[in-house]
Design a binder for this molecule. Structure first.
Ligand code: ITT
Length: 199
């Protein structure tokens, strides 16, 4: 079964490719196409944005598509940046700019009050509109400074108390064991396996 991963985010793509270890799947990325339509995120919920991305790519490629809409929700900031996580510091903001804005907005907030959650919403969709969705979450705290070189996005600030490390300090294997993306994908694997075997 051919599956197109509907993301422009190379960090997400790498994690999904590693975690989706089903030999029957032929995984394709957007880089395998000469042209791809823009992936729009016009909605205010992860599920609607994920659906939009999966639909666009499934219809364009005429293959099954898997989209991930994810974000970081910080309790002390009323769940911001949320669905706007990728564009927190502006339309084409870099991860560094987003992290610096987050640190600034949390200035003066004590460590114990910096609880946060990563949310990952995934949608699997066929060209004809058959659709499955799953969600995964990871809780942690926003660190007082950026650390580590690994991962992507807000990983340098996302502290996991049980590991005493931020995600950017962990190996990809360690992050992939606990991540919100892993949890959403594990649930999605059930649907994929059924599709592979029963059509
Ligand atoms: P696509 O829409 O092309 O998939 P995107 O980066 O625009 O790429 P989203 O709109 O879902 O995707 O934005 C999710 C943002 O949330 C992402 O850019 C990161 O800033 C952040 N994020 C999500 N998962 C993360 C993770 O595992 N580690 C660090 N940051 C993450």
């Amino acid at each position: 079964m051919k599956l197109v991963i509907a993301t422009q985010n190379q960090g997400k793509l790498k994690e999904i490719q590693t975690l989706l270890d089903l030999p029957e799947l032929e995984i394709i990325s957007l880089a395998d196409f000469d042209f791809v339509p823009d992936l729009q995120e016009p909605h205010q919920s992860y599920i609607e944005n994920a659906r939009e991305k999966a639909k666009t790519i499934a219809e364009f490629s005429q293959a099954w598509a898997l989209a991930d809409d994810s974000g970081l929700e910080v309790l002390a900031l009323d769940q911001q940046p949320g669905v706007y996580s990728a564009r927190y510091a502006g339309e084409n903001a870099t991860a560094l700019e987003n992290n610096l804005k987050l640190l600034k907005n949390l200035e003066g907030v004590p460590f114990a009050n910096r609880q946060a959650e990563f949310i990952c919403c995934m949608v699997l969709r066929s060209p004809r509109g058959e659709e499955y969705s799953t969600e995964g979450k990871l809780t942690g705290l926003i660190a007082n400074e950026m650390r580590g070189e690994k991962g992507f996005g807000y990983d340098p600030l996302f502290f996991i108390p049980e590991k005493k490390q931020v995600l950017a300090e962990m190996s990809s294997e360690e992050k992939n064991q606990i991540s919100h993306r892993r949890q959403a994908l594990e649930k999605m694997k059930h649907f994929l396996i059924k599709k592979i075997h029963n059509g």
